[in-house]
Design a protein around this ligand. Structure first.
Ligand SMILES: [Zn+2]
Length: 440
């Protein structure tokens, strides 16, 4: 089968979507063309605009549109045998503040383009093919990543999800709590119980997500495509440190219980333990780079230059391909937290946001991807996904795999994130061929 992707249409749609941004237009001429700084947070008017636009594209192409109670959006091309499980693809269109225009969007618009191209080529699938746009892959608004796919995969229960707080308004600890997800989704027009969102096991016979690599390996090695064999297990935690505040001049050093100094020790301990875990893994003959740990947010109360910090919140993101190794780092951290508490007379509480399992790709889908790469004469390698994706949670209800295209300098979650039109089109063509194989 000769699959021709409409590159012009796909690229035009990517640019159109990138202009639905809440990021103020940048005059930064150092940004390489054509790049748009994108901020598109779930259930904001920008997100709603993007959703409406996407649904219109799908309807125009003759696909059915369905939305679930959390706003996951299914674009469906019915197969000749509707009793069979569908073949799914897709990704997300939400973007963290000041991000790029390719993360997630390539998988959604690429999925739609793959379906349209197959349809235009006269292909008739036996199984339905769906492109799915997940709600809130990014944790910006509700503090938890992959909200929509966690619910689809049944790893987040409905009541817990509905009680999640909107964190957009929260600027510092102690600020009034935001609305709940239940309230925010209702305002956005998504009603009904979240318990209806979980997919039955047979809903998808196969699932494959197209995504930019968000790392440097493909570009560095000059390889066109990456076939993902497993996704590293992410975990994130919130730490609240309570010390004692006061006047920066009057509160003398021997009496200090500075919450920010305690947080600084905790942050450096995180880095130290991750480095130690990698060194140990390397000594045991592993790659020695699989443990990564990051403290990416610090909220200081009261946050004044002449006031001793009394209350600090930080968030830790830790990932590993090996859950036991990740747990080991956390154990060392817990011991260190106890030591910091007694040394500095502060209290540190830990709240688990998520602690997820790694996922492994399905051999049948990996084989279909490899076959499609060979048919397109595209170079490829297998690889680990170190960023997590919605596919990690789809793995709970479906056999999955992922397909990566290179991105310049491995940069992502930044406005200068970039993949070439050729890379995007090739990824989409291989995706289309894979979907055709899997849908029969
Ligand atoms: Zn993404």
């Amino acid at each position: 089968m000769n699959i021709s992707i409409n590159a012009e249409r796909l690229l035009a749609e990517l640019y159109t979507l990138s202009r639905m941004t809440d990021c103020p237009a940048t005059e930064d001429t150092s940004l390489p063309e054509p790049t748009q700084a994108v901020t598109r947070i779930v259930f904001t008017s920008r997100d709603m605009e993007a959703r409406a636009w996407l649904k219109k594209l799908a309807t125009k192409a003759g696909f059915q549109v369905r939305e679930d109670a959390v706003g996951n959006t299914f674009l469906r091309w019915e197969g000749s045998d509707p009793s069979l499980g569908a073949v799914g693809t897709g990704s997300h269109t939400d973007a963290i503040p000041h991000a790029g225009m390719y993360d997630g969007t390539v998988g959604v618009l690429g999925g739609l383009e793959a379906m349209r191209s197959l349809k235009e080529a006269g292909f008739q699938p036996k199984r339905a093919i769906e492109t799915l746009m997940f709600t809130s892959e990014e944790p910006t608004r509700f503090g938890i990543g992959c909200l929509g796919s966690r619910l689809l995969g049944g790893v987040l229960d409905a009541a817990t999800a509905d009680a999640l707080r909107d964190r957009l308004a929260e600027t510092e600890p102690g600020a009034p709590e935001g609305l709940t997800l239940a309230q925010v989704r209702q305002q956005a027009g998504f009603e009904g119980s979240l318990s209806t969102v979980k997919l039955p096991q047979q809903y998808y016979d196969a699932w494959v997500e197209l995504h930019i690599e968000q790392g440097p390996l493909l570009e560095r090695e000059g390889i066109e495509l990456g076939i993902v064999t497993n996704i590293a297990a992410p975990a994130s935690y919130r730490y609240t440190l309570e010390g004692f505040g006061g006047h920066a001049g009057a509160l003398l050093m021997p009496d200090r219980r500075d919450a920010l100094c305690a947080a600084a020790e905790l942050i450096l301990a995180v880095e130290r333990f991750a480095l130690e875990a990698n060194a140990l893994a390397k000594a045991q003959g592993h790659s020695g780079v699989d443990t990564v740990a990051t403290v990416g947010t610090v909220a200081v109360h009261p946050g004044a230059v002449n006031s001793v910090p009394s209350h600090v919140q930080i968030m830790l993101d830790i990932r590993d391909t090996d859950v036991a190794r990740r747990n080991n780092v956390m154990e060392k951290l817990h011991a260190e937290i106890a030591a910091i508490e007694s040394r500095r007379a502060v209290t540190i509480t830990e709240e688990t946001i998520n602690a997820d399992q790694p996922s492994h790709s399905d051999p049948r889908i990996l084989a279909a991807l490899e076959e499609a790469c060979r048919a397109e004469a595209a170079s490829y390698r297998t690889m680990v996904s170190r960023a997590y994706h919605d596919s990690n949670f789809m793995a709970c209800v479906a056999p999955i795999a992922m397909l990566f295209i290179p991105c310049r300098n491995g940069v992502s979650h930044r406005p200068d994130e970039y993949s070439t039109p050729e890379q995007i089109v090739l990824g989409t063509r291989v995706l289309a061929r894979t979907l055709a194989t899997l849908a029969g």
